[in-house]
Design a protein around this ligand. Structure first.
Ligand code: AMP
Length: 282
């Protein structure tokens, strides 16, 4: 298992892989790895000669400094988990300085409006940070394919747009959401949930599943009101937003149209911990 923290070291390895025409699968993560991340890595292993996993808690994508400080950092156990999948995986775990130099700045991006919806509204600057770090990482790793979870569906759409804007030759692969048996989407932030919060958190997916079931027969307004009701009297979970949006541009809708793909998106606070999820509706 190779673990690099220096940009130059990984760039040297990448240059050798490129010379040998090896395909490079890349899985960018912020660490505190769980089975959801590992499913992405397994797919990358199946589809590429070489797999690189980055573990980097990217400061510029955090709009909340407490969230950044409290974000779990577990490099040693992350490396152990990865080595169980394959000892050939290359881990890139740089310091912020290695990526950004002395100026921790993000580039302002126009992702065609995708950045102004949902997470963009509630986390100002978040997608500029995501775009900036991924541009750096794609330049360093030079991947053939890069793997992203539908758990962060808006991010996945934005990454596809980023690659278009920056004219980068990487194929972006979306992977299905990995869930606990309770339906709760796996997230590194779940590690911080109390017992009570954990017991209530499955309500998020239960609500999404019911919305999907009723999508054909109920109006968007009724579904939104019903969702608000589900969380209204819950002591552990506070609903931040619920939206039904078009897959194409992520704009929320009030009326359904034929031949259009929709998804439901949700963000919930369990205390200070923010959880997001989404589901395909049709
Ligand atoms: P993160 O470490 O949270 O930045 O996530 C790294 C990658 O793993 C992102 O592409 C996420 O969308 C993906 N991911 C995180 N949780 C899950 C999950 N439960 N199922 C599938 N992919 C996930």
């Amino acid at each position: 298992m190779q673990v690099y923290d220096k940009r130059l070291d990984i760039e040297t390895s990448v240059a050798a892989f490129k010379k040998d025409n090896k395909s490079i699968g890349f899985v960018p993560t912020m660490g505190a790895l769980h089975q959801g991340h590992l499913a992405l890595v397994e797919r990358a292993i199946a589809e590429n000669t070489v797999v690189i996993v980055s573990i980097f808690v990217n400061p510029t994508q955090f709009n909340n400094s407490e969230d950044l400080v409290n974000y779990p950092r577990t490099l040693e156990s992350d490396v152990k988990l990865l080595s169980r999948l394959s000892t050939n995986i290359i881990v890139f775990a740089p310091s912020p300085k290695e990526i950004y130099g002395n100026e921790m700045l993000s580039t302002p991006y126009n992702f065609g409006g995708l950045e102004n919806e949902m997470e963009g509204k509630f986390r100002p600057g978040h997608f500029d940070g995501v775009g900036t770090v991924l541009k750096h990482l794609f330049e360093i790793v030079s991947p053939t394919k890069a793997y992203f979870g539908e758990k962060d569906f808006q991010q996945l759409q934005i990454v596809k747009k980023l690659v278009e804007i920056e004219k980068m030759a990487v194929q972006i692969i979306g992977c299905t959401i990995y869930r606990e048996d309770t339906g709760l989407a796996l997230s590194s932030r779940n590690k911080r949930l109390s017992k009570e919060q954990m017991a209530n958190a499955p309500l998020i997916y239960q609500t999404l599943k019911q919305v999907k079931k009723d999508f054909g027969t109920k109006s968007v307004t009724d579904l939104s009101n019903w969702t608000l009701d589900q969380f209204k009297n819950n002591d552990e979970l506070k609903l931040e937003y619920f939206e039904i949006a078009k897959v194409s541009d992520l704009k929320s809708i009030t009326r359904k149209r034929k031949n259009t793909k929709y998804r439901a998106f949700i963000a919930v606070f369990a205390g200070e911990i923010r959880l997001i999820d989404n589901i395909a509706l049709n």
